[in-house]
Each structure stands twice: as structure tokens, then as C-alpha cells.
Design a protein around this ligand. Structure first.
Ligand SMILES: *Cc1c(COP(=O)(O)O)cnc(C)c1O
Length: 410
């Protein structure tokens, strides 16, 4: 390791947090934007929920260990990370399912407007869910309109019911300005729904202060909740009780254990719950959130910017890396916590890097992503990734035959 990255790591106030994660020895893990690493505390919590709570206390755990309130309890902890006062965030379902519920609610709240405005090249599931709603509700109630990001403001007219955007693009790592776009949506009479998949836990925000209407976010990326961890949703208090959501399951009922034959929506965000929460996964996420008791999102953001800056400078200064086209904004305020580059052989490059112990990912058709998770990534990781990337490029290792095929998950 060079003196430079060692000095940066020695100066890093967050450096000690890495020891609270399980990370295999020499591995450089730069995929925390896709699956966060395992906090050691999660292992203990999962062992306890399985062995003692489920194993011994069985069904009494719903009360005894507060399983029934876990979606709210975990929701409140996430609320603290995204600038939301209590009572507005629920940990539940996946982003996809939550988008379905919230888009339907937004169309209802803002009827007769019927347009969901989104950008081209958003994460596919966000678009797919909107397309499913168009199918279900019909053109008279719902239309999906997609525009290039540069045309959002121009497309905000009096037909738009809701503007749906992901703060940080999963492809380029480019970041939208949440506050000004929320204001623009409101000025046009539209509601604002943010997808915080690549923001929660790594970018500070103030959903209440910015008067955001709705949001969704991910439990398994920067929050480190584990594979398939439940997601979360936010609904601004101002909209509580004004609309119901279509997945009217029993746990969103006002009184689930009355077993009444007819649905009556519960209060506040509780009505956005549908069925039984995945307790083991939610306990894992809850334990993972302990990491955020030790550090503020502002501190995390400061380190995130420093790491991506360090990596970008390395990309620019190494002659062997000049054929990579950087997609991520050079202005730190305009990017999230990842650096994306485009290259004709991005798939082969990703595989050659992984083989050499640098875990990155590939996004079709030609994007290589380097995700930086400030809770555990070091400047030394950024440097080692750059060194190995330069070697792979110099040797054109990405052209080798064994990298020619792709598995189901890329
Ligand atoms: C990761 C991600 C998702 C994931 O959706 P799930 O339904 O929870 O699998 C959705 N949207 C964006 C923008 C993402 O990055």
C-alpha cells in the first residue's frame, strides 16, 4: 500500500468501524451499493432470534419480543437517517411492492391527474411497476411518461400526478437535487416520490423539511440488512388517512386481530403494511442499523466524497486507465457513493477484477460500477482496486475466454 492511502486511512475518523464487519481478509469489496457487508452484530441478533425467540418462546414472541411492532420500530430508526419525524416510515416489503402501493396512493390523492412522470434509464423495477399499474388501472386512470433527466422540469405540467425519481442513478451514480425537484413538482401541482435505494445511509437528507410526499428505500444496500432485507417506505404525515393503498392485507387493517370480515385501513403508515413481516430478516436489519448509532450520515457522506474523489483522481492520473469513460459527475455534490465507468469490455473487466479479489459489478450493456461504503471501505481499497484495474487493462485480461459467458445474476 502506498504511503498516501495509508495516511488517508490513518486520518479517517471512521476507520475503526470496519472491524465491526465480517470481511474476508484480502478481499476488496466495492459492491456495498448492491449488497452491504455483514455487520458482526447481525450474526448475534439472528442467532438469538432463531435459537431463543423462535426456538424457545415460539408464538409468544409476537408480544414478548415485540415482533408485531418491528416494522414500526425499524421504520423509526430509518426515519432518523432520512430526516423524517416519527410516525411516517414503515419497514416493509420490497421497493417494488412499496412503489406499487405508493404510486397507486399518489394517483388516488391527485386524481383526476393520471400521469406518472419518470426518467428514462431509471432502475428497471421502478418502471416495470409503473407499467403494471398502467395495465391494471387502464389508460384513463394512469399513464407512464418517461423523459430524459434534463427535461424533467419542462415535462412537469398539469397532467402529472406524481414525479417518481431515484435520487442517485444506479447506472451513472449521478445525483438529483431532491429539494429543488420536490419544489418543482409541487409548483406544478404534482406529488413527489423519491426512491432512496442508493441514498439511505450514505447521503444526508431532510424529507420533512423539503416537504417530500413519499419515498421508498432499500434495506440491503448501504443499510447492510442482508440479502433480501425488507425495504422501507415514507409517507408524509400530511397525506395520512387521505387515501388507502390497494394491497389491503390484514396487517394494514385498523384492528387485525378482530378478524372482521371487512377491511378498514389502519392509521398512519401502518395501513401500508399488507401481510406478516419477515421477522428474521427484519431482526437482521435492525441489528445492522446499530452501526448508525455510532456515526452520523453527515460523517459518512464526508468520507464517501473523499473515497470517490480519491478513486476518480486515480482513474484520471493513471495512463493505463484512460480508455475508461467516466459516467459519474466530477462535482462531488452531484454524485452518490459510487463511481461508474463505461468500457466496451466492461463484463470481462468486471470478471477479471473479481477473479483478482476486487468485487465490483457490471450493469448492462457496458457499465462497471465501483461502490464505496464508508462504514467499511478504506482508501487502501480504492488504491488496490486502481492498481489491479491497471494491471488487468495492461494485460488485456478481460479478453480471456473464461469471461465470455454470463451467469443468471450479474
Ligand atoms: C436496488 C434497487 C431496487 C430494488 O428493488 P427491490 O424490489 O427491493 O428488489 C429498486 N430500485 C432501485 C433504484 C434500486 O437501486
Amino acid at each position: 500500500m502506498s504511503a498516501l492511502s495509508s495516511a488517508r486511512d490513518a486520518d479517517d475518523p471512521l476507520a475503526a468501524l470496519r472491524a465491526q464487519f465480517q470481511l474476508p481478509g484480502d478481499l476488496v469489496y466495492l459492491d456495498g451499493n448492491s449488497l452491504g457487508a455483514l455487520p458482526l452484530a447481525v450474526k448475534e441478533a439472528v442467532r438469538d432470534v432463531v435459537e431463543h425467540q423462535w426456538g424457545e418462546d415460539l408464538i409468544s414472541s409476537w408480544n414478548k419480543h415485540d415482533w408485531i411492532r418491528l416494522p414500526m420500530i425499524v421504520g423509526e430508526r430509518i426515519a432518523a437517517l432520512i430526516g423524517a419525524a416519527p410516525g411516517q416510515v414503515l419497514c416493509t416489503d420490497s421497493i417494488s411492492v412499496n412503489l406499487f402501493k405508493l404510486l397507486a396512493t399518489a394517483l388516488d390523492l391527485n386524481a383526476p391527474r393520471r400521469v406518472i412522470l419518470a426518467v428514462e434509464e431509471d432502475f428497471p423495477t421502478d418502471t416495470y411497476i409503473a407499467q403494471g399499474l398502467v395495465e391494471l388501472l387502464g389508460d384513463a386512470r394512469c399513464e407512464l411518461r418517461r423523459v430524459p433527466a434534463s427535461e424533467i422540469s419542462a415535462a412537469l405540467n398539469d397532467e402529472v400526478a406524481v414525479l417518481m425519481l431515484t435520487e442517485v442513478s444506479y447506472r451513472s451514480g449521478e445525483r438529483h437535487d431532491m429539494q429543488s425537484l420536490t419544489e418543482a413538482a409541487h409548483a406544478a401541482g404534482a406529488l413527489m416520490l423519491w426512491d432512496l435505494a442508493h441514498s439511505a445511509g450514505v447521503i444526508p437528507m431532510a424529507l420533512d423539511a423539503w416537504d417530500v410526499d413519499m419515498a421508498v428505500g432499500c434495506g440491503y444496500k448501504y443499510l447492510n440488512g442482508g440479502p433480501g432485507a425488507p425495504a422501507f417506505l415514507y409517507v408524509n404525515k400530511r397525506h395520512h388517512g387521505r387515501a388507502s393503498q390497494p394491497l389491503s392485507g390484514w396487517l394494514g387493517h385498523r384492528n387485525p386481530f378482530a378478524f372482521s370480515p371487512d377491511y378498514a385501513a389502519g392509521d398512519g403508515v401502518l395501513r401500508y403494511q399488507a401481510g406478516t413481516p419477515p421477522i428474521v430478516s427484519m431482526v437482521a436489519l435492525n441489528a445492522a442499523l446499530d452501526m448508525f448509532d455510532q456515526v452520523s450520515v453527515e460523517q459518512i457522506r464526508t468520507k464517501s466524497i473523499a473515497l470517490t474523489e480519491y478513486f476518480l483522481q486515480g482513474l484520471e492520473s493513471r495512463p493505463l486507465l484512460q480508455s475508461l469513460v467516466c459516467l459519474t459527475p466530477r462535482d462531488a455534490s452531484r454524485r452518490g457513493s459510487q463511481v461508474s465507468v463505461a468500457h466496451e469490455h466492461a463484463w470481462g473487466l468486471s470478471q477479471a477484477l473479481i477473479e483478482a479479489g476486487v468485487i465490483v459489478d457490471f450493469r448492462a450493456p457496458d457499465i462497471l460500477r465501483f461502490g464505496f461504503a464508508p462504514l467499511y471501505n478504506r482508501f487502501a481499497d480504492a488504491e488496490k482496486a486502481l492498481d489491479i484495474l491497471a494491471r488487468v487493462m495492461a494485460e488485456e485480461r478481460y479478453l480471456e475466454d473464461r469471461f465470455a459467458t454470463r451467469p443468471a445474476v450479474t
